[in-house]
Ligand binder design. Structure first.
Ligand code: ADP
Ligand code: MG
Ligand code: ZN
Length: 497
């Protein structure tokens, strides 16, 4: 990321350096349950507005919530992946406030007894690894979605889509452990990757299934106490997260340097103006009048259930990176690239462990990172839509055995990605131009050429190296250019020696 200095601020670097930023993030993640957290309505994204609603999620009086077990299971899985302690007993509370997107007048959320606490994740920034603490992970319900139309105040229309109301969320609150915008960026990237590996959320920021608020303060370097924090909401991309934090840090320092003080408030990132704007002051903060939700039993996650969930935990990115480095002798860069997603890591693993082909890990790593990712980029195909690992293992095996040239393998893969062909079909389609003879066919042709030219064999054996080119040319002609020249060379050398 490049550092973008907000034009409005512009503080000398030596002044900025006197202060240390302190950052903590609150992240909301929609869980991929099929139905909502307290009713049976679908959570599908993109359905017609207000089509997935019922009395419960519309908050009609007299209705009762019923907790979705799968939501608890997914939140528990996420908690374990984030190294949290999952508590046997947790509890829902009512967080009371009025807003059009909250028809009940309160949100059901875990408050003083959250599902899980005390976790951490390891984050790398600038080559340094650091643990960022996770204070808590709790379950709650999402609110409806407000949609605004029009730009001027008078022409604006507001619509409310209650489909989102009651979607299960887990809120993940970090410790104020981050000390730079880039560190916050790295934390969110790592957190998102871990959650994606667990499969509990699609973490799609554009669709709002991962939302992030940043808490920012600054203090003089060396000082023990934290400064007053400001919370920035509405950070719907990684870029905005980093820019908003950078902006806030400089705004705080500017204020402090000019003798002002920072008021605790909630601000919004204004993406058109590239700055944060005050939304509401925390000094006259909401009193949410939390109290235990009387319509729900406490949440009970037994040790046995927790361990069962843990035993089904997929392997995490760190595990895969270590495995690729230790067992396949790949470099850290390759290991990082190949673990970008769980699907990619598993795809690579499947190719390498496909016993019939015995593909060298480094060869597979290079092909995946270069050709496959390039073609995936061009065609928009996700790993699930790539050719099967078994086919790919055969293709890469042929490259390795020099039965096929790199150039023709690229053509074949291009057809596979762009025309949706199977690899075997693409090989045939490339038949005219693709040198794809196997070594035994090359060897047969080479033996024939040698048998027909005893004089030249004698010359070669007498040390006439120049005559070798003659043999190569003859074999290439005999195989109508469909043999890999390197393979022809190797085979001829062997037969002639
Ligand atoms: P609130 O009650 O205002 O939501 P919390 O104490 O629950 O505040 O903290 C919310 C988030 O703010 C957490 O991610 C925490 O790490 C972070 N945070 C707390 N104090 C500070 C601070 N002084 N500077 C930056 N972040 C902070
Ligand atoms: Mg908060
Ligand atoms: Zn419903």
């Amino acid at each position: 990321m490049t550092k973008s200095v907000p034009e409005a601020v512009g503080i000398a670097p030596e002044v900025l350096a006197k202060y240390e930023p302190v950052i903590g993030l609150e992240v909301h993640v929609q869980l991929l349950t099929k139905s909502k957290i307290f009713c049976g309505c679908s959570t599908r994204f993109g359905d017609a507005p207000n089509s997935n609603v019922c009395q419960v999620c519309l908050g009609l009086p007299g209705t009762l919530p019923v907790l979705n077990k799968r939501a608890v299971e997914m939140a528990t899985l996420a908690s374990l992946a984030l190294n949290c302690t999952v508590h046997e007993h947790s509890r829902f509370a009512r967080k009371n406030y009025f807003y059009p997107d909250l028809p009940k007048g309160y949100q059901i959320s875990q408050y003083e007894l959250p599902l899980a606490t005390g976790g951490w994740i390891e984050v790398e920034h600038g080559g340094v690894k650091k643990r960022i603490g996770i204070t808590r992970l709790h379950l709650e319900e999402d609110a409806a979605k407000n949609l605004h139309e029009g730009f001027s105040q008078s022409a604006t229309k507001a619509y409310i889509d209650y489909n989102r109301c009651g979607t299960p969320l887990c809120e993940i609150v970090s410790e104020p452990d981050m000390r730079a915008p880039e560190e916050a960026y790295a934390y969110l990237t790592t957190l998102r990757q871990i959650l994606l590996y667990t499969g509990v959320s699609d973490c799609n920021m554009e669709e709002g299934s991962l939302r992030c608020d940043a808490n920012v303060s600054v203090r003089l370097r060396g000082s023990q106490e934290f400064g007053t924090k400001v919370e920035v909401k509405n950070l719907n991309s990684f870029r905005f997260l980093q820019k908003a934090i950078e902006y806030e840090i400089e705004r705080h320092i500017g204020l402090l340097e000019s003798g002002g003080h920072i008021s605790q408030e909630t601000r919004l990132w204004n993406q058109t103006a590239n700055r944060t704007d005050s939304m509401r002051s925390k000094e006259k903060a909401h009193d949410y009048r939390y109290f235990p939700e009387p319509d729900l039993l406490p949440v009970h996650v037994s040790g046995a259930w927790r361990e069962e969930i843990r035993s089904n935990m997929p392997k995490m990115p760190d595990w895969w990176r270590d495995h690729f480095i230790k067992d396949y002798c790949l470099g850290a860069y390759d290991a990082e690239a190949l673990t970008a997603s769980r699907n990619l890591a598993e795809y690579f693993e499947n190719i390498v462990t496909e016993s019939s082909a015995r593909v060298e890990p480094k060869l597979a790593a290079n092909w995946i990172q270069n050709e496959f990712l390039k073609l995936a980029n061009e065609t928009g195909k996700s790993v699930q839509e790539w050719p099967t690992y078994a086919e790919v293992a055969i293709l890469l095996g042929r490259i390795q055995e020099k039965m096929i040239t790199v150039a023709s393998a690229k053509k074949i893969l291009s057809r596979v990605f762009k025309e949706g062909k199977l690899i075997e079909e693409a090989v045939r389609a490339e038949g005219g131009v693709a040198p794809i003879l196997n070594p035994s066919e090359i060897e047969q042709a080479a033996r024939e050429v040698i048998a027909k030219n005893p004089d030249n064999v004698a010359k070669y054996k007498a040390g006439n190296e120049g005559v070798f080119k003659f043999f190569v040319g003859q074999v290439m002609r005999a195989t109508r250019g469909q043999a890999n020249p390197q393979a022809v060379n190797d085979i001829l050398r062997e037969l002639l020696s």
